[in-house]
Design a protein. Structure first.
Lengths: 157, 424
């Protein structure tokens, strides 16, 4: 299956590349753009970006697979990323993670059958003073309790 | 103490140009462009004693002076806003609440090395902060503080906000540059240093957010005023992010050399719920843990913390009370490094995962008597044997947890179970 940017995305692509002193420096922002366009960065999307950037697909694949924020597989509408690193763990992150797993019925790395939530355990998100915390899509949710988690997840549904 | 870095925090709409300028913002930038030669700026910052706040503490003015003046290639200045060190959230506060201070400092550093293209490499996860930075950069362009012929001079400068995509290692300066070149965030062998062979092989300086945010104050108040604060070798003020078992977590600005114990007990309210302190990491997850008796007379400056057997690092202070299982804490940190190793150097790529597995085995009652020493052995073989400091950052805390809480590790092994169960 071939993929293509919309005309608007193609314009945006040109703007991004024009901003940088060299085209290859635009790789990460172009991959973000592709992820927004295609939902995730599968093999076709990688081939497409490689062609746009004038680089071998293997190199683009190497970049995509290196960074945690690029999704090589489809993810749910809401991506829940719960921090598991020490400061959050000291604040009870293990209990909150177990609670979310029970409530959604999924393990980290899985998506709920209705496609609404993907759960990931991630490393330190620089929000240690308000532990435990999680990021859902672009937003931080801090000082989590079980009650707060219920409220947040219900609001997103 | 006068606040250098947190002076605008808490001011309503501190992130906007209107408020920043109303508090004197960009006047120091005008002073620099209109009345200072790049060499004068470098000398002034050297005289202030400012040292890099990303963790290594290298003198900022000296770092700038390594950039060759006669090199015909373009020069680049990069603000490192890729804050990811466990227990560190000071840069995020500045990024979100005082983006113009970071931008103003970035412009000054770029001017010092006569760069005409600067970048702010902001951590990908910090979406809100990146938007704040992008808007602030736009405002500064519109006001003429960035762009062509700044303040009517012949100096041109562009500033690009670049978002990372999720990789701890990109906080290491050469990895950051690899990432900015559009590749995997792989560190490069030093030398050559970025000052001569950095971004796309061109002279480049990478400075941390906190370092750059101090520059406008230093220009405004003078190098002597900054150097008057702190200790003989650690000048000025520093931000500390405090987390874990502490009554008042948060970001604090302290004069360098502030007593560690007093800080924890008085400023941060001590360990809550009547519990006792068991250990504290003073400089982010990469640094060796200290026992309560080791911080007795420690002062928060580079030299004093190092003399106590740890490092000031990023100033990420992680406090652990007596209920904490130190095996689980060590496992947690080891798991972080196993996850984040970039995979280039064998000792780190193999060793981090091996240590993580061994800590996991000890914590879950599956270890045998030799596993504790095996971790020390692996840690020793990673230390100093990798391209970048990541290997040391994984090795140091692992060894420190074992050396300082050995009894607890032995008890886990002997009883074949977790004997503390604090974090579960």
């Amino acid at each position: 299956m071939a993929v293509d940017f919309s005309p608007a995305a193609l314009e945006h692509f040109k703007d991004i590349v024009a901003r940088y002193p060299r085209k290859e420096a635009a790789m990460l922002p172009v991959l973000y753009l592709a992820q927004r366009e295609f939902g995730h960065l599968g093999p076709e999307a990688i081939e497409y970006v490689a062609k746009l950037m004038g680089q071998p697909p293997a190199r683009v694949h190497g970049v995509v697979s290196f960074y945690t924020m690029f999704n090589m597989k489809p993810i749910g509408r809401h991506h829940i990323q719960i921090c598991r690193t020490l400061p959050c763990a000291l604040g009870g992150a293990e209990r909150i993670t177990a609670f979310i797993k029970r409530r959604l019925g999924v393990e980290p790395g899985q998506t709920t059958p209705d496609g609404w939530f993907t759960l990931s355990e991630v490393e330190c998100l620089a929000s240690c003073g308000t532990a435990p915390m999680m990021q859902i899509n672009d937003d931080y949710y801090e000082n989590l309790t079980e009650e707060k988690v219920i409220e947040i997840l219900d609001d997103l549904k | 103490m006068e606040k250098v870095l947190l002076r605008n925090i808490g001011v309503c709409d501190s992130h906007t140009l209107t408020v920043y300028a109303a508090h004197g913002g960009y006047a120091p930038w005008r002073t620099v462009v209109e009345s200072m030669q790049p060499e004068q700026l470098i000398e002034l910052v050297k005289a202030s004693g400012l040292r890099g706040r990303g963790g290594a503490g290298f003198p900022t003015g000296t770092k700038w002076s390594f950039v060759p003046k006669d090199n015909p290639k373009p020069k680049y200045l990069v603000c490192n806003a890729d804050e990811s060190e466990p227990g560190t959230f000071k840069d995020r506060l500045l990024i979100e609440q005082d983006p113009h201070a970071i931008i103003e400092g970035t412009l000054m550093a770029a001017y010092a090395i006569q760069s005409h293209t600067a970048f702010i490499y902001v951590r990908g996860e910090l979406a809100f902060g990146a938007i704040r930075l992008e808007r602030a950069v736009e405002e500064a362009y519109q006001a003429g503080y960035i762009g062509k012929k700044i303040f009517g001079s012949n100096y041109d400068l562009d500033l690009i906000v670049h978002r990372g995509a999720g990789a701890y290692i990109c906080g290491e300066e050469t990895a950051l540059l690899s990432s900015l070149e559009g590749g995997r965030g792989w560190p490069k062998v030093k030398p050559p240093f970025p000052a001569t062979h950095g971004l796309f092989g061109c002279p480049t300086v990478v400075n941390n957010v906190e370092t750059l945010a101090a520059l406008p104050w230093i220009i405004e108040h003078g190098a002597a005023a900054y150097a008057a604060m702190g200790t003989e070798k650690s000048k000025g003020t520093k931000l500390f992010s405090v987390s874990g078992h502490i009554a008042r977590p948060g970001v604090y600005e302290l004069e360098m050399g502030y007593p560690f114990k007093k800080f924890l007990e008085e400023d941060c309210g001590g360990v809550p719920n009547g519990k006792k302190l068991k250990g504290v990491i003073p400089g982010g997850g990469s640094m060796p843990v200290l026992c309560p008796d080791e911080i007795e007379n420690v002062k928060l400056d580079y030299e004093s913390v190092q003399a106590a057997g740890s490092l000031l690092g990023s100033g990420g202070v992680i406090v652990m009370d007596e209920t904490t299982c130190m095996v689980r804490a060590a496992w947690n940190i080891a798991r972080f490094y196993a996850h984040e190793s970039c995979g280039q150097c064998t000792p780190c790529r193999e060793g981090c995962h091996w240590m993580e597995k061994l800590f996991h085995r000890i914590e879950h009652g599956e270890a045998d008597g030799s596993d504790v020493d095996l971790i020390l052995n692996i840690s020793g073989n990673i230390m100093g044997n990798t391209i970048c400091p990541f290997g040391d950052a994984a090795a140091m805390p692992a060894a420190a947890f074992i050396k300082k809480y050995r009894d607890e590790f032995e008890a886990h092994v002997a009883e074949k179970r977790c004997t503390v169960r604090g974090m579960e």
